[in-house]
Design a protein around this ligand. Structure first.
Ligand code: PLP
Length: 341
């Protein structure tokens, strides 16, 4: 298979349409067979549920070329299950796990020419999503839905090395107590846009959101979970019902314990204890881990001893190990890689 003529290492993170996408429609209470299409556009009612009341959820994962030339995805079963959870909370019909996995394989397979080569640092980003497509004007769930998956090649997240970022403690909330913070709903992102634009305007890279009920505990940023390292090398991640359960974070916890022999804690983390940590990172599919050098809490700076120049040593080891597994350089002890043939 001939790869597309793309300057892989200089790609950014923006939408580049590829040749095929997968579409399935839910009508009269059932999903159709679904299939691939070259049509990148959607025609729908002006009154579609997604347009009026934001009834939509999504997933995000990547396909990689391994060192030995296989095309793989990473734990796609967890994305499938998380989308099931999102759909249930949003009163949307569940897209069956098996069909979800088959759709991803079909789309990646059909766009294999867009999967960046090993060593380029680029990857193929996969975006499954679902939305209410039938007209809704009185507030209620839509009757008909569409499930789609497209792919788009994205460049290396860190060009020229991973520089630690600076985060502020946000006065805005990203989730409500007993709300939708734990599911991957577009609405969570809509309400975070003002906060991120404002953070950037004030010179910060990201927002640290506190728990919406008491504003004393660390939750996450707009699109990534936190991971902290204590001074004695323990890995700690915040626990809360309103945090989105990141697959990268869950995988890093296993990597810490089972590959690196580190102690791991998943517990409530108070804002007041941040100053006691040695290292901090943000984890998600996009960057795997972005190192955090500094958190600013209303003028008070919390600086991690790993500094503003490079990743801390433990975060670096976690990063190298997880990316090593994803790229097929390290043993895949738990069967996390799914090969697309
Ligand atoms: C998608 C997402 C993450 C990261 O999850 P991964 O499964 O690791 O990509 C973290 N926080 C939020 C709010 C998200 O939407």
């Amino acid at each position: 298979m001939e790869k597309k003529n793309i300057d892989w290492s200089n790609l950014g993170f923006s939408y580049i349409p590829t040749e095929q996408r997968f579409v399935s429609n839910y009508k009269d209470g059932a999903w159709d067979e679904g299939g691939l299409t070259a049509d990148a556009n959607i025609t729908m009612s002006e009154c579609a549920g997604v347009l009026q009341y934001a009834q939509t959820c999504f997933e995000g994962l990547k396909a990689y070329t391994t060192e030995d030339g296989r095309i793989v995805t990473f734990r796609p079963d967890l994305n499938a299950q998380r989308m099931v959870d999102s759909c249930k909370r949003l009163e949307m019909p569940v897209y069956p796990v098996e069909k979800f996995l088959a759709a991803i394989d079909a789309v990646v397979g059909a766009n294999a020419a867009y999967v960046p080569p090993y060593g380029s640092g680029a990857t193929l980003y996969i975006r499954p999503y679902m939305f209410g497509i039938s007209p809704v004007i009185g507030v209620k769930p839509a009757q008909d839905y569409q499930f789609r998956t497209f792919v788009t090649p994205v460049g290396p997240y860190f060009k020229g090395g991973a520089k630690p970022i600076t985060i502020r403690v946000s006065d805005f909330d990203r989730a409500a107590p007993n709300g939708t913070g734990h599911i991957k709903a577009g609405l969570n992102y809509a309400m975070s846009l003002h906060a991120i634009v404002n953070a950037h305007a004030e010179g910060y890279d990201e927002n640290l959101y506190l728990d919406p009920a008491t504003h004393t505990k660390v939750e996450e940023t707009g699109g990534a979970n936190f991971i902290f390292v204590t001074k004695d090398g323990k890995v700690v991640t915040p626990k809360s019902d309103s945090i989105l359960p990141s697959i990268t974070r869950r995988s890093l916890m296993v990597v810490a314990k089972e590959y690196l022999g580190l102690e791991v804690e998943h517990r409530e983390v108070y804002l007041s204890e941040l100053k006691d940590f040695a290292e901090c990172g943000l984890c998600g599919t996009a960057a795997v881990i972005s190192p955090v050098g500094k958190i600013v809490d209303h003028g008070e700076e919390i600086c991690f001893s790993s500094g503003m120049e490079k990743m801390g040593p433990v975060i670096q080891k976690l990063y190298d190990t997880l990316t090593g597994i994803q790229m097929g350089r390290l043993e895949d002890k738990f069967g996390w890689l799914h090969e697309i043939k």
